[in-house]
Write a protein that binds this ligand. Structure first.
Ligand code: GLN
Length: 271
């Protein structure tokens, strides 16, 4: 079967996925060890029998709902491939908003930075690579997630420190920048029963108190661990902007503001 024909059939099979065409392309890229550009350039090539079999097997798993990132073992974030497993959240494009804001902050060249609940390391590793003089630490309570973050940092030569523990507890500080994409979804949210989220660790998604418990705990801990003029930056749900601004205001943070993600929803609050 030709590449273009295999992709057309796969799109049909994956029609229940909101990203059927992209899913099919990424899975075939993975089987062939090639880029999407290569696929389109050589779309009239014949697949070998073993390639077709491997593609079929991945499509069957995707049809059951398994995330593409789990099938290929990676997800691109801020232009770099991050290894992901079932122990980590799959990095979201929305979180790239947090990176862009962090990179634009008025911070010293050698800023001390920590990424709390780092998961795959997407935020901290990206910051360490974009700002080579920043001193970046990655923290996660999950040893399995921290291993994935450590592997990603090593793979991309990001000079980061990896610490196991709860939020800022394992950190000495003080920091110029504390960033986190913590769990912030309420346990009753129907969004948890849909799509890729079903295959991600609950501990990375769900928090008590309408999803605000971990955000509140991080604000509490961060209050004593920032330098004068340092920043705290938190990702949160699209309906949590007001609540998170209130947490920062009450803790005495200044210049508190909320930024929107690519979809125009409140997503990141900083102060
Ligand atoms: N934004 C993610 C979602 O809606 C959740 C990420 C998180 O809880 N930190 O699926």
């Amino acid at each position: 079967m030709r590449i273009d024909e295999a992709l057309r059939q796969a799109r049909g099979r994956l029609a229940s996925s909101p990203s059927a065409a992209l899913d099919a392309e990424l899975l075939l890229c993975h089987v062939l060890g090639q880029t999407r550009t290569w696929l389109f350039t050589w779309s009239d090539r014949e697949l070998e029998a073993n390639q077709q079999t491997a593609f079929e097997a991945l499509l069957a798993r995707r049809e059951t709902g398994e995330p593409v990132a789990h099938l290929t073992g990676e997800r691109e974030f801020f232009g770099r491939p991050f290894r992901v497993t079932a122990d980590t959240l799959i990095p979201r494009p929305d979180t790239e908003t947090l990176i862009e804001i962090a990179l634009a902050l008025p911070l010293p060249d050698d800023a001390r930075v920590v990424d709390l609940g780092t998961g795959s390391g997407a935020i901290g590793v990206t910051l360490a690579l974009e700002k080579p003089h920043w001193q970046v630490a990655l923290v996660d309570l999950s040893e399995a997630a921290l291993q994935v973050a450590t592997d990603n940092a090593g793979q991309m030569n990001a000079p980061v420190q990896c610490l196991a523990g709860s939020w800022l507890v394992p950190c000495e500080g003080p920091f110029d920048l504390i960033v986190s994409n913590p769990p912030y979804i309420d346990a009753s949210d129907h969004h948890l029963d849909e799509g890729d989220v079903r295959f991600e660790p609950r501990s990375a998604l769900v928090a008590d108190d309408k999803g605000l418990a971990d955000l509140a705990e991080i604000v509490r801990q961060a209050t004593g661990k920032l330098v004068d003029g340092g920043w705290l930056m938190l990702e949160h749900g699209f309906e949590q902007g007001g609540a998170v601004r209130a947490l920062l205001d009450e803790a005495g943070f200044q210049d508190v503001r909320t930024a929107q993600d690519l979809g125009g929803n409140d997503r990141v609050t900083l102060g």
